[in-house]
Design a protein around this ligand. Structure first.
Ligand SMILES: [Zn+2]
Ligand SMILES: [Zn+2]
Length: 432
């Protein structure tokens, strides 16, 4: 279900690192030998043979990250991102696999469009990439796509992300058809009659600035509806970019009731609140919007206790000329692949709000589990999907050019702690 360029597998020995794989229960100083892209040995001392030796004293070696929510803008807006640039950005961010959303031009709603992307990924992708296909034709919310055919062509899951599926009746049928393909629906939950015209979270900051509000309830009523339908149809749903406390509580209740539901949160919703909007920086404008402190704290609690199993960047590149306009005119969306680890390490792990182990689990094993992907792990016999982290290095976002074609980062100019030193993805050295 994942594709990347055909390159030779790495022959590498990594020495001196603290190996940290929470899902495998490993936290020790160990050496790792990789033969032709496969982890051959994890031990206190391994033979280097003829391999390249990476001295990793003072660094952390962990399973590389999986991003279940990326916009690669291809086909249609290759000026904003391509398969090559987006996957290079992913590699630089420590990701060994990403999933791409289908809201491109044309929309990925046919086997022909999906098949062309799969072929292109085999030629161009720097890390393994999987594609979601649309739930409805053209993402117009009117008729379902041919989910069976799309699954056979390699669709990892289905999503109309960017827009909600407004009709409950159509959502119900989508759950029925998706079940027969054994694929989840990844849902952008937004009730458009409540959010329409809103630029920022409906609250004090919106009132002060005179912006039309996009209330929390626009998300949470849609989450409640879709979880109720998923429970009724025994379907599998994944709630994208949770932002509101009431949505998180709905997900928690549904999971306790046995609904096959998962959820993700983004670094920006975990770190920022609508206070950031006072800057009027178009790079803090995204959908769903940044919310209140209580919402952020609820997301963080749910991330800690596992109600939210995955961190997703919702990497959404935009051309500079489109974002470089007044706040109200700017499109929604920010980039995130190259800054996620450092942003979360700096703002959550550093101050003691989240353990490093939980952060690593939610960026890797969690999303892999949700979408049925091979879990990146530090174990003999596993494909080398590894990231080497320097958690002491400070760097300033934007000082080095992004690998992404777009620079609409909410962190431009920020100094962060924690850097990706090397990424092995699909057995190959994808970044160093
Ligand atoms: Zn969305
Ligand atoms: Zn998105």
């Amino acid at each position: 279900m994942l594709w990347q360029k055909d390159l030779p597998g790495a022959n590498v020995v990594i020495r001196g690192a603290r190996v940290l794989d929470p899902a495998e229960g490993i936290d020790a100083r160990l050496e790792v030998r990789i033969d032709d892209g496969t982890i051959a040995e994890v031990a206190e001392r391994v033979d280097a043979n003829e391999h390249r030796v990476v001295e990793a004293e003072g660094l952390v070696l962990a399973p590389a990250f999986v991003d279940p929510h990326v916009h690669l803008r291809t086909p249609g807006r290759e000026d904003e991102e391509t398969l090559a640039s987006g996957t290079a950005a992913a590699a630089a961010g420590g990701y060994c696999a990403i999933l791409a959303m289908p809201n491109t031009d044309p929309v990925v709603d046919s086997a022909a469009t999906l098949g062309a992307l799969v072929d292109a990924a085999r030629r161009e992708a720097e890390v393994p990439v999987g594609f979601l296909a649309a739930i409805t034709r053209g993402q117009r919310g009117e008729e379902l796509t041919e989910m069976g055919e799309l699954a056979d062509t390699g669709a990892v899951a289905f999503s109309d992300d960017g827009v909600p599926v407004a009709s409950a009746g159509l959502m119900r049928r989508a759950l029925q058809y998706a079940s027969s393909t054994d694929r989840a629906l990844a849902l952008h939950c937004e009730e458009p009659t409540l959010s329409r015209g809103g630029h920022v979270h409906e609250g004090r900051v919106a009132a002060e600035l005179g912006f039309a509000g996009y209330p929390s309830v626009a998300e949470s009523v849609a989450v409640e509806r879709d979880l109720a339908l998923a429970g009724y149809e025994r379907g599998r749903v994944h709630v994208l970019h949770l932002s509101a406390a009431a949505s998180v509580e709905a997900l928690r209740r549904a999971r306790e009731a046995g609904v096959a539901a998962s959820g993700e949160a983004t670094p920006h919703h975990l770190v920022l609140t609508d206070d950031a909007v006072r800057s009027l920086d178009p790079n803090v404008k995204m959908n769903p919007p940044l919310r209140a402190e209580q919402d952020r704290l609820t997301l963080l609690d749910a991330l800690r206790d596992g109600t939210i199993e995955a961190i997703a960047t919702d990497h959404a590149p935009h051309a500079a000329h489109e974002k470089d306009v007044p706040f109200e005119a700017a499109p929604f969306g920010v980039t995130g692949l190259e800054t996620a680890l450092a942003a979360l390490y700096t703002h959550l792990v550093g101050p003691g709000l989240l353990s490093l182990e939980t952060l690593l689990e939610r960026m890797s094993a969690g999303p892999a589990r949700i979408f049925g992907l091979e879990r990146p792990r530090v174990a003999a016999g596993a494909c080398a999907n590894l990231v080497l982290l320097d958690l002491e290095r400070e760097w300033t976002v934007g000082e080095q050019p992004f690998r992404s074609r777009s620079g609409n980062s909410w962190l431009l100019g920020s100094t962060l702690t924690g850097a990706v030193q090397m990424t092995l993805a699909g057995g190959k050295v994808a970044f160093e």
